[in-house]
Design a binder for this molecule. Sequence first.
Ligand code: AMP
Length: 281
Amino acid sequence: MEIFQTVEAFKDYTKAMKAAGKTIALVPTMGALHAGHIALMEAARKAADVVIASVFVNPTQFGPNEDYEAYPRAFSEDCEKLKQVPVDAVFHPEPAALYPEGYATYVAVEGDITNKLCGAQRPGHFRGVATVVTKLLHLARADKAFFGQKDAQQLIIIKKMTRDLNFDIEIIGCPIVREKDGLAMSSRNAYLNPEERKAATCLSKSIALGESIIKKGLPARELKDRMEKIIKGEPLAKMDYLEIVDLNTLQPVECINDSVLVAMAVHFGKTRLIDNFICEI
Ligand code: AMP
């Protein structure tokens, strides 16, 4: 497995792969890899000749009071996991390699798909995501890129961005991988103390209830109330949002009549966790 830290070496590698007629799949990550990330690598492995993982904690997607410094970093362990897949190459740049002195160009997807849900709580977050993903897709010369449904809004935004900018790339979403007790895997789960970790299962319990009762014609208010009751019943959980929105526009719906995204963000102490499910009608 080849590891690239500079933009130049990485570009030379992807150029050579394209010249050799290979198809390239990219899996962008921020590292501290878990089974959710590895499932994306495995899906990519089946879909392309060359699989590239990027491991980069992207400073531009963190707000000033967010956890950029504290975000878990475990590059040697990550490489061991990536070798097992196996992945062909890892791009692991320093922040200054992607954002050198004087860097000034950003990609912003506009409108409610970036302003609602996590975008409302984390101003500038999706601008940072769209910018780094654009750079990574471009440098990797990727034919396909794999993202988790766990970050549902991110996936919707990246699909929109690549369509709007006419990128010649296929964006593939993969299902949420969960711990045995239902908690969606996340690098941020490592922040939880044992009590918070236990309490955090209220997200997946609420999701499971939602999945079991959702049906065409159900008033969104009823679904929201029943799902929220589970979160509110957990004293350590502080609700950020729970919203039922149209899958394409992310506008709130009154009634389940079209495909919807049911998404939530909940704080446990300093840790903010997200979870969601999609109901396609
Ligand atoms: P991150 O390292 O958190 O930026 O995530 C990198 C990619 O892995 C994103 O596309 C995430 O949506 C995806 N991902 C993170 N957690 C999971 C999970 N539990 N199941 C599936 N995909 C995930």
